[in-house]
Design a binder for this molecule. Structure first.
Ligand code: SF4
Ligand code: SF4
Ligand code: SF4
Length: 166
């Protein structure tokens, strides 16, 4: 296999990847096409939420940290793979899954405690304990709640249709 076709094959694999690219990054295929993997964005990230796995491209790992939307990654990148930070960083929102402890009858409010925009409200269920509901409009997709959850019940998505509160 030629180097070029191998590269295209690998790019195809990355295009199908579920990796979360940095905030303000452009469409996945175009990002992969333009990013030179110089790692400048990773080096400058103030929370170290950006990582690179093996030979892949920069991605967000919310198990490490949250994104503060400082914009440094977009500003430092020498390639045209980010939009202006005057735009919204992304449409990403938190998704709270049924594995949340409160759905197993165990009280927990860890996610609410770390959510600065107060996007997670707890509603008392009849005969049960309070369970979280996400206010999508307030969620920035920062990822703070993800690391705070003791059972990894929170992810993020560009769509909130999977939220248990929906
Ligand atoms: S700074 Fe830009 S080109 Fe360099 S690794 Fe990050 S996204 Fe890719
Ligand atoms: S906006 Fe800041 S905190 Fe978020 S990924 Fe970029 S450099 Fe890191
Ligand atoms: S992603 Fe950030 S803003 Fe959204 S619910 Fe979690 S902590 Fe709150």
């Amino acid at each position: 296999m030629s180097v070029l076709s191998r590269r295209n094959l690998l790019r195809g694999q990355w295009h199908r990847s579920s990796a979360i690219r940095p905030p303000w990054s452009i469409d996945e295929a175009q990002f992969i096409d333009g990013c030179t993997r110089c790692d400048a964005c990773i080096d400058v990230c103030e929370t170290q939420v950006l990582i690179v796995k093996g030979q892949d491209y920069p991605e967000v790992d919310f198990q490490r940290a949250e994104c503060t939307f400082c914009g440094r990654c977009a500003d430092i990148c020498p390639e045209p793979v980010f939009v202006s930070t005057e735009n919204s960083p992304w449409q990403r929102k938190a998704i709270i899954n049924k594995t949340c402890l409160t759905f197993q009858g165990i009280a927990c409010r860890s996610c609410q405690d770390v959510c600065e925009p107060n996007a997670i409200k707890f509603k008392l269920r009849l005969g049960g304990i309070a369970q979280p509901e996400l206010e999508s409009g307030s969620c920035t997709g920062c990822g703070s709640c993800i690391r705070s959850c003791p059972v990894q019940a929170i992810t993020t998505s560009e769509s909130d249709k999977d939220n248990v509160g929906k």
